[in-house]
Design a protein around this ligand. Structure first.
Ligand SMILES: NC(=O)c1ccc[n+]([C@@H]2O[C@H](COP(=O)([O-])OP(=O)(O)OC[C@H]3O[C@@H](n4cnc5c(N)ncnc54)[C@H](OP(=O)(O)O)[C@@H]3O)[C@@H](O)[C@H]2O)c1
Length: 294
């Protein structure tokens, strides 16, 4: 069965701490898309000119190097492109060398550099990390949705495959690049999670479907890691993003007409990646900057 893969959880809230720092900028007309607090607001693709992150509101301007995993396509490619457009040198992570080189070339210029990185390959991760002296921003974006099975339908193997990339991969990459991140004066980590991984929304009315148990529980685990990294690394800014349903190759539902522009989700990731030093850490945010329920 297919999981109701992602919606844009639309809680109408007052300005949040993050919103005040630039994360919460809403696009014109967006409010009308939002339901009452805790309502299920199906994502409606928006025309969102001006949401590109090139102006990086409320951002730290002393960041120069970023790595985005799984950046050869989808949301990750847009994150890499937007960071490069903002003037950073971006390592465009890709498990396939050809796809990575092509993706970096599509961004263009010197700032985008392909980096071969399969997040499930420990030796490859170590080799990639050995070549990076200093890193300001790590975006753990690489992710898979192996199937949409409910827990009773699921195989242990599909859970293992999902967790290998979405959880163990993020853990392995983060730890391997920690020495380089620690050499940054402003280290930032952004974990690309999912609103469907929210336990609060899954237990409530927002995501009543039981489908996608492997994927959604892997994102819940990624959210837990976000908290634990933030606690362990108080000098870092570590946050998770629920990007909303986006038009990508992730899952069949992502290809549906309801899916939104991946560039809009990328802009939210870039805002988290470039938070100032007094920005939040250990948080989970929807693409529009509102706090997501754990
Ligand atoms: N699209 C949505 O609606 C949505 C909603 C919520 C969350 N997300 C999250 O957003 C992130 C990006 O997904 P997307 O929607 O942009 O999907 P996508 O277009 O399928 O992109 C996924 C990316 O991850 C890469 N990847 C997968 N396994 C990898 C591995 N072992 N090592 C390195 N890279 C790997 C893929 O590389 P290949 O090209 O080599 O496969 C691809 O570049 C994921 O974490 C996903 O869970 C997406």
């Amino acid at each position: 069965m297919q999981v109701q893969q992602e919606a844009a959880p639309g809680q109408v809230r007052g300005p949040t701490q993050v919103a005040q720092q630039g994360l919460g900028q809403r696009v014109p007309g967006e409010a009308s898309q939002l339901g009452a607090r805790h309502a299920i607001a199906p994502f409606v693709a928006l025309s969102v000119p001006g949401t590109a992150a090139t102006t990086l509101p409320g951002s730290c301007h002393e960041l120069s190097t970023a790595l985005v995993t799984g950046a050869n396509k989808g949301i990750g490619w847009h994150i890499a492109r937007q960071l490069a457009e903002a003037g950073l040198t971006v390592l465009v992570g890709s498990r396939d060398p050809g796809r990575g080189a092509e993706a970096a070339a599509r961004i263009g210029g010197d700032p985008a550099r392909p980096l071969v990185l399969d997040v499930t390959d420990g030796a490859g991760i170590a080799a990639a990390a050995a070549g990076v002296e200093r890193l300001d921003i790590l975006v753990n974006n690489a992710g898979v949705m192996v199937d949409g099975a409910t827990a009773p339908e699921a195989s242990v193997e599909s859970f293992r495959r999902t967790y290998e990339t979405n959880v163990f991969g993020a853990l392995a990459v983060t730890n391997a690049f920690l020495p380089a991140l620690r050499r940054s004066a402003h280290p930032r980590i952004v974990n690309i999670s999912s609103g469907t991984g929210s336990l609060g929304w899954s237990a409530g009315e927002e995501f009543p479907s039981a489908g996608g148990a492997a994927y959604r529980s892997s994102k819940a685990a990624l959210n837990a890691l976000t908290i634990f990294y933030a606690r362990a690394l108080p000098e870092f800014r570590v946050n998770a993003l629920a990007p909303g349903l986006r038009r990508t190759d992730l899952a069949p539902r992502a290809a549906s007409a309801a899916a939104g522009d991946p560039a809009e989700a990328a802009a939210a990731a870039v805002r988290l990646a470039t938070l100032p030093d007094d920005g939040p850490t250990g948080g989970f945010y929807s693409w529009d900057g509102t706090p997501a329920a754990w």
